[in-house]
Design a protein around this ligand. Structure first.
Ligand code: FPP
Length: 246
């Protein structure tokens, strides 16, 4: 079975770099943190829309390990917002069959946030409609280093490494990323899921994250479905996803 056939059967893995919160707020004369608060509403809309669009795994980049460099006040607001969002959304996520997992380091997060994460993960563990992965204190490079240090002697296969990577970032079993969406007009990966994005399609939109909605996500997925993925091969006919649509 080709890699793309695996993808189409399991549903898409879409990774979103949620950018533009600060600029959205500044343009309206608001503090940057107001953009993050509105960004949480966009998270809710996106999670709600994802299953209907054939998305099976949704990875959201909420806080990179480099974001610790931001002003203390902004970091504090963000971490509190994550905890509040997890607490308030958990019942809805569980009811919709969404399994939530947080990827990244936990040892530098405040205790109440770690407690909210653990509770949300426990309460949603049975979800099968969507795997929602929220990246907090996440760095792909750091995860790769941690995974490499976990490899047993002789473990040289890509699958073994992928398994170690899952263990290293706290959420095993996710397929490779099919589509990366970045909002806010910038065009880079910013240390997000570098190994998992080896063959990801990239989609950039100028829309600021707080304005992102169901139609924007649908447009990104429609753009993705129009692309031909060859995974290094030459013939479009070997692309099982395209063949399935023909
Ligand atoms: C990038 O925009 C955004 C972040 C660093 C924070 C992402 C957080 C949210 C979307 C809040 C809610 C999230 C959850 C999971 C509840 P930026 O601040 O770098 O924007 P800028 O480039 O315009 O400055």
């Amino acid at each position: 079975m080709t890699q793309s056939a695996l993808t189409s059967q399991a549903g898409l893995h879409v990774a979103v770099i949620m950018d533009g919160n600060g600029r959205w707020a500044t343009a309206r004369g608001l503090p940057r943190t107001a953009g993050h608060v509105r960004g949480a509403e966009a998270v809710r809309r996106t999670v709600e829309a994802a299953p209907d669009l054939g998305i099976r795994t949704l990875s959201l980049y909420a806080f990179s390990s480099d974001n610790w460099r931001r002003p203390t006040g902004e970091v504090r607001v963000l971490l509190r917002l994550f905890a509040r969002h997890l607490r308030s959304e958990t019942p809805t996520l569980a009811a919709r069959g969404v399994r939530l997992r947080v990827i990244g380091r936990r040892d530098r997060l405040p205790g109440p946030l770690v407690a909210a994460i653990e509770r949300a993960e426990r309460r949603t563990a049975g979800g099968r409609a969507l795997e929602l992965r929220i990246a907090i204190d996440y760095s792909a490079r750091d995860a790769i280093i941690r995974a490499a240090s976990r490899l047993a002697p002789g473990e040289t296969e890509r699958t073994a490494f992928a398994r170690r990577l899952g263990e290293a970032c706290g959420a095993d079993g996710a397929p490779d990323v099919d589509l990366v969406v970045r909002t806010g007009g910038e065009q880079r990966l910013s240390d997000f899921l570098l190994w998992e994005c080896a063959y990801a399609e990239l989609y950039f939109t100028p829309r600021a994250w707080p304005d992102f909605d169901r139609e924007d996500l649908a447009a990104a997925v429609a753009d993705f479905r129009g692309r031909t993925r060859r995974f290094g091969d030459i013939a479009a006919a070997t692309d099982a996803y395209s063949a399935g649509r023909a």
